[in-house]
Ligand binder design. Sequence first.
Ligand SMILES: NC(=O)c1ccc[n+]([C@@H]2O[C@H](COP(=O)([O-])OP(=O)(O)OC[C@H]3O[C@@H](n4cnc5c(N)ncnc54)[C@H](OP(=O)(O)O)[C@@H]3O)[C@@H](O)[C@H]2O)c1
Length: 279
Amino acid sequence: MQRILITGATGNIGKHVVSGLKALGKEVRIGQRNRSDDPEATFLDLSDPSSYDNALLGISRLFLLRPPAISNTSKTLNVLIDKAYSQGIEHIVFVSVSGAESNSLVPHHAVEQKLIKSGRSYTILRPGFFSQNLESAYRMDILNDSCLYLPSGRGQINFIDTRDIAAVAVQALVNPEVHARRAYTLAGKDALTFYDVANLLSLELNRQIKYREASAFSYFIHLLRQGDPIMKAFIQTILHVGIRSGQANIISSTASELLARETITMGEYVHENREKWLC
Ligand SMILES: NC(=O)c1ccc[n+]([C@@H]2O[C@H](COP(=O)([O-])OP(=O)(O)OC[C@H]3O[C@@H](n4cnc5c(N)ncnc54)[C@H](OP(=O)(O)O)[C@@H]3O)[C@@H](O)[C@H]2O)c1
């Protein structure tokens, strides 16, 4: 039986990959940095290559996620990829980010290059901005200041729900022969500005949520004050400023075609999760 190692299993995408695979009766192994007695779990600190060999034992497929705090992927994730292929792993599904193929500033770029040049079997997922950022990166601004504070101007974003990304990942893990050496840009159907998102939140929560446009510099400082490490704040600033020039306005029906259904809209997501932004 195939045993699939899942990284980032407690995160926005990974938790749905785990449940999606289990629903299909697949055997999963959860690679986590907290040591645990759970027989499904194995110790794997992605920032520490000495933990890789043991975590890869008996694994045939790998779901690979770059944790946001890891910026040097050449010395971490790429080492894991080398070890995985040399230990006989047959397929790797990697969560990248839209545009990473032509943007060497984002840490995912080096990982994509590694996979593409490996000559082995992989699937690269390139999602746009997650709807779930509203419950993670933007949540405290919504709760504390009733605002979205971002340097994204009036740029449009085709948000994608992480449940849809996970569902595509599950397909690629279960049927690698169909998805081998493919890279999928994943985006939702609707193109929304942050003004539109603020309106959706305001209507759902019955209180006014404003979008306040930030400068790149003030947003960077805002992230540092929130406690983000400097590289993470830098990458987040680059990605959010890129929205202004249309980098997140991604016209792609790949997700809905692969899933054979409509993708989950921002409106649906906000409605289902409204309690997350109630004061
Ligand atoms: N947010 C967006 O709009 C967006 C868009 C496109 C692409 N992306 C990319 O998507 C990825 C983030 O995905 P996500 O939101 O699903 O993740 P997430 O919710 O931020 O969760 C990160 C996961 O990584 C684990 N982790 C953190 N450090 C680790 C370490 N040193 N070793 C092992 N595991 C570690 C965490 O486990 P713990 O339980 O131990 O913390 C958690 O399970 C990033 O690469 C990001 O660039 C994001």
